[in-house]
Design a binder for this molecule. Sequence first.
Ligand SMILES: Nc1ncnc2c1ncn2[C@@H]1O[C@H](COP(=O)(O)OP(=O)(O)OP(=O)(O)O)[C@@H](O)[C@H]1O
Length: 257
Amino acid sequence: MPALLEIDRVTRRFGGLTAVDDVSGHVREGELVGLIGPNGAGKTTLFNVICGFTPPSSGEVRFAGTRISGLKPWRICRLGIGRTFQNLRVFPNMTVFDNVSVGAAGREGHSPLDALWRSAAARERSAAISRRSWAALERTGLADVAGELAANLSYGRRKYLEIARALATGPRLLVLDEPAAGLNDTETQALARFITSLAAEGLTILLVEHDMGLVMSICQRVMVLASGRKIADGTPEEVQRDEAVLEAYLGVAEEGA
Ligand SMILES: Nc1ncnc2c1ncn2[C@@H]1O[C@H](COP(=O)(O)OP(=O)(O)OP(=O)(O)O)[C@@H](O)[C@H]1O
């Protein structure tokens, strides 16, 4: 059986710069996989290729056996990949519930005209959106603030709102873009427990993250990028003693010194 997500020799160039260079990898159903790498390694670019925000220059991405590279982000979302954004894309003047139902509506193929038709199918779609939204809010601990404006939430809770919106799309694969950025140690530990619990429920997760500690403590497998190339792919223990990985991170540390 093919892996749920297959990255097949993906290259992405921006002019003369090769941001992602012939990268292959996969995520199997039920896995919690980390994607790490020093600054400028190509993580965000690869992430954007997977989610349809940028096309690959060559190579392809397949999801559940279907080629998805070249499809629009909303189509990829509807096929079952839910994503969060590194820079929070919460709508501050909408309620928490409405922010989440935007995600759920995207998955249901909800049309603004549904309210006009009032057909049985349109009513069923609205009910499904509401069900999915409440389930995602309950799961992320935000149900009690569903009626609040998103702007009134703390930064930490807005991170969960991002995740809730992705969960409301009913994803088979959840791709998290630096969810720990800007969180303190206590918040990061809580997030680690939360992500682990989602994985324990069977959700497949790809975690793109700067925080090595977080990735190493919760991921079953870790892929490492450096200068656009995949330099390692293994368990956290294997990756932590990999010469190429140590060199890539040490090199960056020495440059910064
Ligand atoms: N739209 C773009 N146009 C031109 N160059 C880009 C573009 N997006 C990314 N790059 C370049 O591609 C390389 C990889 O960047 P990318 O953001 O994917 O790395 P990253 O591993 O996510 O880095 P960071 O951890 O700093 O976010 C960098 O040299 C970056 O400047």
